[in-house]
Design a protein around this ligand. Sequence first.
Ligand code: SAH
Length: 261
Amino acid sequence: MVHFVGAGPGAWDLITVRGERLLREADVIIYAGSLVNKELLQVKKEDCAVYDSAYMTLEEVLKVMEEAEKGGKMTVRLHTGDPSLYGAIKEQMDELDRRGISYEICPGVSSFSGAAAALKLEYTLPEVSQSVIITRMEGRTKVPEKESIRSFAAHRATMVLFLSTGLLKELTGELLAGGYPKDTPAAIVYKASWPEEAVYRCTVETLAATAEANGVTKTALIVVGDVLEGGRAAGYERSRLYDPEFTTMFREGTKKDGETN
Ligand code: SAH
């Protein structure tokens, strides 16, 4: 059995309880060494075999999984954040299917949640934005034409960009071309939840200069949108769920019958 486990954004105690249990039980751990916190490995069994996938090809990873399976061993494949985002797990699962090896996925706290926590931010404010677009700039990995940043920018929704820290000038160009005003608030969140976490607030126009001034070149997320505006300045509506006037499934509101919620 292979378990794909989300390691969380960085801090060792942001893995799930289930994920940690699987790490304790694993006979083999293959972890993404470039971004996974090595402190997570401290709970492993003494005789657990550990591999850093940063130095391995897909074929090598699969070989380790296959050998483990033959020996009746349990493998944890530890991915940063949540495995469903930019995790390259599909190609592993397809090959495991081909080999008849069963697997499960244990979700993790994605870095986009870690970044919101670092920013003390709610991505979805009533009347400001009720959507989060998670995307990336095109790098060596192609992005389908219909998903251009420019076309997403037209929505002016909250946007979170992975894997784009090296392309901030281009990103600003795309965001502006798509319709975000130059002074739209933005933020760079470096290594969310790690001890060296840093938050740099700026605007869409100053993203590249801000990253350069602070020496940020990787392991960062870019957040864009009016939800980043401080306090009430964002002009959001308070939530209906906690409004005294409104009746919910659990609570009687003060508004009289006939008035709509
Ligand atoms: N599956 C991961 C993302 C893997 S892609 C997740 O759910 O978070 C790797 C990219 O994620 C990095 O280039 C960076 O953009 C982002 N990233 C990962 N960990 C981060 C962290 N702690 N803080 C900021 N960005 C992070």
